[in-house]
Design a protein around this ligand. Structure first.
Ligand code: HMG
Length: 445
């Protein structure tokens, strides 16, 4: 069967940054370690005055098209994943296509365009749609452009404020891809939950502590479902485990739970038994509470073992490096985690071709999805040319007062005039509203 997967990736970060330890923590009266160590985010990327989900998505897509030498005729669908949309009818993909048509010959009139919503999960769902479209033979030799773009802002004062972020990841999905091939096998964990939602409101209503439990529960269900079709997972089957990363601290929790699951009934559990005993089995406990207490005690011990720490350093730590520099990019977050791992491998000159990754996506509301990806021969070239470091280094450092203004500029309930903090160059910018309240964009040379 022809491999289908990600042929190219590009990202576009919001051009401002908020330093959580130096700028946010002192105003909140918190120890900086809460953000840098506990939550695990050093900086949040935020959009400048002239940036939004369309500009960030279009800029990432343009970089991708330029690098691959593509024209609109090469693209048969454009799917946008976002939970920051500003229109209930007209999809963001039409705006992005409109932007791209300003700078390329030709147009996207024969490309299927859409917008996917399921909180942070929908970026992965767009990959699915593209995969299925290609597998069904409906693509006429063309590739799909998937763009995950979000401005992840919380109400001022919400505990989630420390996890904000803004940026976009564009991916080209094609046959015989250069970067990774997607597995046919998938697992889902899905339930009607109200942990994080935006009922016709811009900023989310969040039950932060519960959202952590819902994330873990749905991920575990998805892993079990994945194993029911792909067979048991073992830590050595996968070189990296990129998870949805609302903040690195969340991934630390998920990783520990995942490691316990995938080492059960393996030689690793046996090897650990001398030090920390075997994993608790429910049938050996009289009540569910006793069993859960035993699990917690086992996990506390597991966290300190050499085996777990080595696995975490190799398989998880590389996936959260970029997230710690930018915050939560919602729909793009798991795709940043994959990219982060690939970049780390490239910088350490690791040969990944043929290795597998287990990718865990998640969206509140809630649904997790797990699938495997096989790294392809062209992966190194695909990630080495990216200007991620330059983009992140060039961000403008906001003072707290400036951050407050930026939050207000992007608050749909407020109308404030604020000067831009950076000068746009070679990118799409937001220029104002048209006669039907549509948003307008132009390319700045
Ligand atoms: P909080 O309650 O203010 O923080 O916000 P905390 O008090 O729980 O502290 C955070 C961590 O820092 C804790 O670690 C502390 O111990 C530690 P933990 O116990 O959890 O391992 N800490 C310190 N560490 C070192 N030095 C210190 C220090 N002080 C404290 N000095 C909360 C946390 C997650 C509630 C908040 O950030 C929030 O509401 N976030 C938004 C919701 C969220 O991200 N949920 C994650 C799962 S849901 C999800 O991923 C979906 C999502 O992306 C949306 C979508 O799908 O669309 C959000």
């Amino acid at each position: 069967m022809t491999a289908v997967g990600i042929d190219a990736i590009e990202l576009w970060s919001g051009k401002l940054r908020l330093d959580l330890a130096e700028t946010f923590a002192p105003v909140k009266g918190e120890d900086p370690g809460k953000y840098t160590k506990g939550i695990g985010i050093e900086y949040s990327s935020l959009p400048d005055v002239y940036e939004d989900i369309v500009t960030m998505g279009a800029n990432a897509a343009k970089q991708l098209m330029d690098r691959k030498g593509l024209t609109p005729d090469d693209i048969g669908r454009i799917d946008v994943a976002t939970e920051s949309a500003f229109d209930n009818s007209k999809p963001v993909s039409t705006y992005i296509a409109g932007c791209l048509e300003q700078v390329y010959d030709g147009d996207f009139h024969h490309a299927n365009k859409g917008e996917r919503k399921f909180a942070c999960l929908s970026g992965t769902q767009c990959l699915d749609d593209a995969y299925n479209w290609i597998r069904a033979g409906r693509n006429r030799g063309r590739a799909a452009l998937v763009i995950a773009t979000d401005t992840a802002l919380y109400e001022r004062g919400d505990p989630g404020e420390a996890t904000q972020g803004a940026g976009a990841v564009a991916m080209l999905i094609d046959e015989e891809p250069d970067i990774v091939a997607l597995s046919t096998e998938q697992g889902y964990g899905s339930a009607d939950e109200t942990d994080f939602l935006k009922p016709n409101q811009q900023f989310p209503s969040v039950d932060g502590k519960r959202s952590i439990q819902v994330y873990l529960a749905r991920m575990r269900e998805a892993l079990e479902d994945y194993e029911s079709v792909a067979g048991d997972t073992h830590p050595e089957d996968f070189v990296y485990f990129p998870f949805h990363t609302p903040y690195p601290g969340m991934v630390r929790k998920a990783a520990l739970l995942g490691y316990r699951h995938i080492t059960r009934d393996t030689e690793i559990e046996d090897a650990l038994a001398d030090d920390i005993g075997m994993q608790p089995r429910e049938e050996n406990y009289e009540t569910r509470e006793d069993y859960e207490e035993a699990i917690r005690a086992y996990m506390d011990e597991l966290k300190g073992t050499r085996q777990y720490q080595e696995w975490y350093e190799q398989a998880i730590e590389p996936t959260i490096q970029v997230s710690g520099q930018v915050g939560n990019w919602y729909t793009a977050s798991v795709h940043l985690a994959r990219l982060s791992a690939l970049r780390a491998a490239a910088s350490e000159d690791v040969d990944l071709a043929g290795e597998k990754m287990l990718v865990g996506s998640y969206g509140s509301g809630a649904q997790a999805e797990i699938h495997a990806e096989t790294v392809r021969d062209g992966w190194r070239e695909g990630v080495e040319g990216l200007d991620v470091d330059a983009q992140l280094a060039d961000r403008y450092d906001l003072s707290f007062e400036e951050y407050e203004l930026v939050h207000d500029v992007h608050n749909h309930q407020k109308e404030v005039e604020v000067e831009e903090f950076t000068q746009p160059e070679g990118e799409f910018v937001f220029t104002g509203w048209g006669r039907m309240n549509e948003r307008r964009y132009e390319y700045v040379e």
